[in-house]
Design a protein around this ligand. Structure first.
Ligand code: ADP
Ligand code: MG
Length: 354
């Protein structure tokens, strides 16, 4: 969907902001660009909507060289969210959100209807907030309006430059998880810039780790953490990467012990008992309830981090792992030894696949 081919940007003063950058973002993929300040992330992003022109190289959007597309038309097909949000102070929240549809010539009523829909989608009641002005909102609410505005014309591509950078950590986490839910429904092709590794890991399908003006590694969060491509990346992801990897490594059947009886390898397990009336709050450890005192459970595919958290909250020393969406079908159990094995397995697989 977005393709960089040996793109270099040298500013007039001789600064090489990015050097021979090549990468591709698939349709519906969320790629985070992460790295220290000044490494060229914003420059990369601004070249996609032609706020900055490359010195050399090409950028293709849906197969089309953007150099040949009128910049104004181009920008209307690309949502753009920036840290400072850039809402118009003298326009209401509703009108701010309807900016792009209005520019695209939609009828006023239709543009407003769409804006109200989008405000609702980002968790702002249009009846309550639509007629306020930006200064009458909290920082987090302004960020949401920024996201709603960027999505209003339903652009296939979304560029987000430190979108959650200006809010406090608690609000940031909430905005991140809301954004992930939103992305699961709208499935935009997203480039998101951040200097925060945790945010990059949490949000990205893949991460581009920037060094000075170049990408040091472009891969899934698990691989970046588990098998850093260069000493620079290893240093950047830090010594606690083993812990961070827990969050991005899922529990698989290979990690389990005493699988359910009658289970043939790789195929479906045996129903070992149903648990009527049980809630499905996966990975909280409260999904259990066939009998008091029974071991806690998580679904297959839960992160090792969630599984470990459940494991540590209970005395059983093991956590039952059930089929996703089928709490009654236990596939086996996970112990701390299984967690270790899983981490070793994924690290080894990642190293040998390089
Ligand atoms: P990041 O977003 O990763 O912090 P930027 O892309 O903003 O980095 O900047 C990359 C480099 O390019 C930095 O050295 C920065 O000072 C320089 N730079 C950015 N914009 C300009 C500009 N308009 N003119 C000259 N140098 C610039
Ligand atoms: Mg920047």
């Amino acid at each position: 969907m977005i393709r960089f081919e040996q793109v270099t940007k040298r500013y007039a003063d001789g600064t090489t902001a990015v050097d021979e950058l090549s990468f591709e973002v698939a349709e519906g993929e969320l790629v985070t660009l992460v790295g220290p300040s000044g490494c060229g992330k914003t420059t990369t992003m601004k070249m996609v909507n032609r706020l900055v022109e490359p010195t050399s190289g090409r950028i293709l959007l849906g197969g089309e060289d953007i150099a040949a597309v009128d910049p104004v038309r181009l920008r209307r097909t690309i949502g753009y969210v920036i840290q400072q949000v850039g809402l118009f102070p003298h326009r209401t929240v509703l009108d701010n959100t309807a900016t792009v549809p209005a520019l695209l010539g939609w009828k006023k009523a239709r543009a407003r209807e769409r804006a109200a829909e989008l405000l609702d989608l980002v968790g702002l009641d249009p009846g309550t907030y639509g007629h306020r002005y930006p200064e009458q909102l909290s920082g987090g609410q302004r960020q949401r309006v920024g996201v709603a505005r960027a999505l209003a014309a339903d652009p296939p591509v979304l560029l987000m430059d430190e979108p959650f950078g200006a809010v406090d950590p608690v609000v940031r986490e909430r905005l991140q998880s809301e954004f992930l839910k939103l992305q699961a429904t709208v499935r935009k092709t997203v480039l998101l810039v951040t200097h925060d590794l945790e945010e990059a890991i949490r949000l990205g399908d893949r991460i581009a780790v920037y060094g000075q003006g170049r990408i040091e590694q472009f891969d899934t969060p698990a691989t970046v953490l588990g098998a850093p491509a260069t000493p620079y990346v290893a240093d950047f992801v830090g010594a606690d990467r083993g812990l961070k990897r827990l969050a991005v490594t899922p529990v698989t059947e290979a990690d389990l012990e005493d699988p359910a009886p009658g289970r043939s390898s790789g195929s479906s397990g045996t129903t070992t008992g149903t648990a009527p009336g049980r809630s499905s709050g996966a990975a909280t450890g409260k999904t259990l309830g066939t009998a008091p005192g029974e071991a806690p459970a998580v679904p297959l595919g839960a992160s090792l981090k969630d599984a470990l958290a459940v494991l540590l909250q209970h005395d059983a020393g093991r956590v039952a792992v059930h089929a996703p969406g089928e709490p009654g079908r236990v596939l086996g159990s996970l112990t701390t030894a299984g967690v270790h094995r899983a981490l070793r397995r994924t690290a080894a697989a990642e190293v040998s696949s390089r």
